[in-house]
Design a protein around this ligand. Structure first.
Ligand code: NAD
Length: 368
């Protein structure tokens, strides 16, 4: 059988710096665990614009549709801020998401014990936290028609439309239940069924999918505003949260910040299963290209390494190896290593991007 294939798109700014550390981890799995990947690398974002005049070349798009998973660094930077909207670096990322039809966006909020003091919440509220927010990514109010700013009488009116079909809700609900089965087996669905018809339909469809195909998973429903409150009050009550595009945008950002630094946050965007049964998948850190620290060896590579751990778990069915990698990171942090973004006032010297990557490799070695 051929090796699973991975397309790596490091992108701009700190993207290539953090991706270099992920390459070390990928090589480690090939050398030490017999888990080799066919890796190809290509351009996305500003660097692709510099070479091809477009932030995503058609050939790169075609490759992304062929491989088992795509791993992306970050795109953008001040050099590209004044480009026409149609060729801005972010358009490359949006094209990938759209053409791969990545409707399910997974944003974990996981708090490593060693960093619990970093959260703005009390340590006991966040220590050991491990929740997953699934946001519907390709429909809802950001896409619904009609939309626009229109004249109405003697004033203007701004309109956006929240619109969900049953099949759109059905497929994201399924991805939440499937995921819950690989985790704590609990799903909380959030909407505003008290004031929105789309919320009523959302709740009905999620309940139906559950009753017909996932009765073994514990399901609860919560209004999204109450959910926001509960996330801040006692986030550990949740395992998987599934919600629409708008509420998911807000709730996942709030949940992510429970855990501290942007440099620690991975994400995955999944689509429908391909012929080989694997979902179409794009893995990327939540952070951007951080032009303020690019080229200085200061970037924290952990978000990007954790994105690869998600790929191991969700694309390649290597949950145990994903856990091994997460535990290696946990160990490195427990040993006190910190990149600059993870430093408080305690006077510890920061390690560089490469030193953090090397320490993760050493912890992986020690796990054998
Ligand atoms: P950003 O995430 O790049 O940076 C925000 C702050 O967090 C900066 O101070 C940065 O130094 C710090 N930071 C981010 N990642 C870090 C890491 N791994 N280690 C240490 N510190 C880290 O967001 P921004 O400054 O708003 O945007 C910069 C550029 O990135 C813009 O061009 C923006 O459009 C783009 N962007 C891209 C993506 C993406 O590729 N998915 C996401 C967000 C922003």
């Amino acid at each position: 059988m051929s090796n699973p294939s991975l397309l790596i798109l490091p992108g701009d700014g700190i993207g290539p710096e953090v991706m270099a550390e992920v390459r070390k981890v990928i090589d480690w799995y090939g050398d030490k665990r017999g888990l080799a990947f066919d890796v190809s690398e290509d351009l996305v974002g500003g660097c692709a614009y510099d070479k091809h005049g477009t932030p995503l070349h058609d050939d790169t798009m075609a490759k992304a549709l062929e491989v088992d998973a795509v791993l992306l660094g970050a795109v953008g930077g001040p050099k590209y801020d004044n480009l026409d909207f149609s060729v801005k670096p972010e358009r490359g990322l949006l094209r990938l998401r759209k053409e791969m039809d990545l409707f399910s966006n997974l944003r974990p909020a996981q708090c490593f014990d060693a960093l619990a003091d970093f959260s703005s919440l009390k340590k006991e509220v966040v220590a050991g936290l491990d929740i997953m927010i699934i946001r519907e990514l390709t429909s809802g109010i950001y896409f619904g028609e009609p939309r626009g700013i229109f004249e109405e009488g003697n004033e203007r009116v701004g309109i956006n439309t929240q619109r969900y079909t049953e099949s759109e809700i059905d497929r994201v609900a399924r991805s939440a239940f499937e995921l819950a089965r690989k985790r704590g087996n609990k799903v909380c669905s959030m909407e505003k069924a008290n004031v929105m018809e789309s919320g009523i339909l959302w709740r009905e469809v999620v309940q139906k999918v559950h009753d017909e195909d996932y009765p073994d998973v514990e399901l609860s429903h919560m209004y999204a505003d109450a959910g926001a409150m509960q996330l801040c009050r006692w986030p550990k009550q949740f395992d998987v949260i599934v919600t629409d595009n708008l509420f998911g945008d807000l709730l996942s950002d709030a949940a992510a910040m429970l855990t501290g630094s942007l440099g620690m946050l991975p994400s995955a965007s999944l689509g429908a299963p391909m012929e080989n049964g694997r979902p179409r998948a794009l893995y990327e850190p939540v952070h951007g290209s951080a032009p303020d620290i690019a080229g200085q060896g200061k970037a924290n590579p952990i978000a990007c390494i954790l994105s690869f751990a998600m790929a191991l778990r969700y694309s390649f069915d290597q949950g145990d190896e994903a856990t091994r990698l997460e535990q290696a990171i946990e160990k490195v942090l427990a040993d006190g290593l910190r990149t600059a973004d993870l430093l408080g006032e305690d006077g510890v010297d920061p390690v560089s991007t490469a030193q953090m990557g090397d320490a993760v490799i050493a912890a992986l070695d020690a796990s054998l």
